[in-house]
Write a protein that binds this ligand. Structure first.
Ligand code: PEP
Length: 246
């Protein structure tokens, strides 16, 4: 299966920096053997789509579940679609833990993505104390249960396993840990589990290949290391080297 390599820029790279990013990224990547995706800030979506000139999908980092209304600072799934997004991150750990997004919110957002025809990349993952307390299985199953019903209405979707303790910390799950967590996610999804399941959490060019080679790991969601075009290109290259590998 072709690996997915997705970059979550978080609140980095405005429209001008975005153009500069792609000027340096384009010559570094060989297209075709990896499914590349970018999640720029909303204000850089247009610049990303016009400046990229590489084969990639583009998405937004968050949506509201309503179509429109008095929700200052929010955008709807329909607006994201109209602006050219095909993907949306839902339930990223920073949305859950910095902005207080709940499992119920995540379910509503997946439903909104389905309604608008966006492909949700739904993020799940445990806190360090939950892992240490032996609650990995229960936490992942609870998180998946909150949105699985809405996935059935999506024409396409992905799930990203991102242990909270590994995001932006330099700590990475071992390939074995990632595989084990992905197997739980797939089991919790049941019949809906035949989708790409990505790993995220301090992925870099040195660990990307081993993580993407692990059973059940279909690609990576990359934060910090996606901001530098040459570094991100090396991660794309790692995924490309696995294309066709059994
Ligand atoms: C992320 O933002 O989804 C992420 C995994 O960040 P980082 O790669 O910086 O840990």
């Amino acid at each position: 299966m072709v690996k997915v390599v997705a970059g979550n820029w978080k609140m980095h790279h405005g429209p001008l920096q975005t153009a500069g990013f792609f000027d340096r990224f384009r010559p570094e990547v060989e297209e075709g053997s990896v499914r590349i995706a970018f999640f720029p800030p909303d204000v850089s979506l247009r610049s990303s789509r016009t400046c990229a000139r590489v084969q990639a999908d583009f998405g937004v980092q968050n949506i509201h579940w309503e179509r429109a209304g008095a929700f200052t600072g929010e955008i709807s799934a329909e607006m994201a679609k109209e602006a050219g997004a095909s993907l949306v991150l839902v339930g990223h750990s920073e949305r859950r833990h910095v902005f207080g997004e709940t499992d119920v919110d995540v379910g509503c957002k997946v439903r909104a993505a389905a309604r608008a025809g966006l492909v949700p990349v739904v993020c799940v993952g445990e806190l360090l104390e939950e892992r240490k307390a032996g609650k990995l299985d229960a936490v992942l199953r609870r998180q998946v249960a909150a949105f699985a019903g809405s996935l059935a209405d999506c024409r396409d979707y992905m799930v990203a396993y991102e242990p909270v303790w590994a995001i932006g910390t330099g700590e990475t799950a071992t390939p074995e840990d990632a595989s084990a967590a992905h197997a739980i996610v797939r089991s919790a999804l049941g019949a809906l589990g035949r989708c790409p399941v990505l790993y995220g959490g301090s992925v870099n060019p040195a660990n990307a290949r081993a993580l993407m080679s692990a059973p059940d790991v279909d690609g990576v969601l990359v934060g910090g290391a996606s901001l530098d075009p040459e570094v991100f290109a090396r991660i794309v290259e790692a995924g490309g080297a696995l294309a066709g590998a059994v």
